[in-house]
Design a protein around this ligand. Structure first.
Ligand SMILES: [Zn+2]
Ligand SMILES: [Zn+2]
Length: 225
């Protein structure tokens, strides 16, 4: 098995095992509905679009460039874009990912005045171990994870480089990994397979409370049971 395929498989195994046969994307059937096995309860409150796309690509066995072409047919898949509400068509995303618009709105950054965000990917090591990345991690003045109180990091634990907070084909193919060296952000293989089941209920509530504080009425989406 080629090393890329191998690392993709390991990443996918780290997420909750899908309860359906993984479908291979077929370019000859572009209208075939995707996301039929993608479930909203795989998502956590405030899950970022990057995190959602990692799960969606995994569940539908989609290579990064194929998902980029489906999502933004006019954009260069390698170049991609910053995941801002203004940069993406929410209705198109809703149809592709089959997620409610309010979940997608929360997953994207807003470029309103005073709403500052970090251009480098920031992560909580514990959240990465649970297969979760939050929009909160990208907001200015959020220095610790609301759930785990760990300091948010920007550098890869191996190569020490920073990854840009972008959506492009390289990023999609490196779920919860450094885009440069592919090392995992949680230091090695994921210790858990699921997302919502792995995160404690009180941690999910901490995230939801923080989202409400930071995003107000925009804070919704993901499983919070
Ligand atoms: Zn965390
Ligand atoms: Zn690295």
């Amino acid at each position: 098995m080629p090393s890329d395929a191998c690392s993709q498989q390991l990443s996918c195994e780290a997420l909750k095992a899908p309860r359906f046969p993984i479908l291979t994307f077929d370019d000859s059937q572009p209208d075939r509905p995707l996301g039929r096995g993608f479930r909203i309860d795989w998502l956590m409150p405030g899950e970022s679009l990057v995190s959602i796309l990692w799960k969606f690509a995994c569940a539908n066995a989609l290579p990064g460039d194929a998902l980029m072409r489906l999502m933004c047919p006019d954009a260069d898949p390698l170049e991609g874009m910053i995941p801002l509400r203004s940069a993406l068509d929410l209705n198109h995303l809703r149809r592709l990912l089959r997620l409610p618009v309010n979940v997608l709105r929360t997953s994207l950054l807003d470029r309103s005045p005073g709403d500052r965000y970090h251009a480098t990917f920031r992560y909580c090591r514990q959240c990465a171990a649970h297969g979760y990345h939050s929009v909160l991690h990208q907001l200015a003045e959020e220095d610790r994870c609301a759930a785990h109180r760990l300091e948010l990091r920007t550098r890869c634990p191996q190569c020490r480089r920073q990854s840009p907070f972008m959506i492009n084909s390289s990023v999609i193919e490196a779920p919860f990994r450094c885009v440069w060296c592919r090392s995992h952000f949680c230091y090695g293989l994921l210790p858990v397979r699921s997302t919502t089941q792995a995160m404690r209920r009180q941690d999910r509530h901490c995230l939801q409370d923080r989202l409400l504080l930071r995003l107000g009425s925009d804070a919704s989406g993901g499983s919070n049971g």
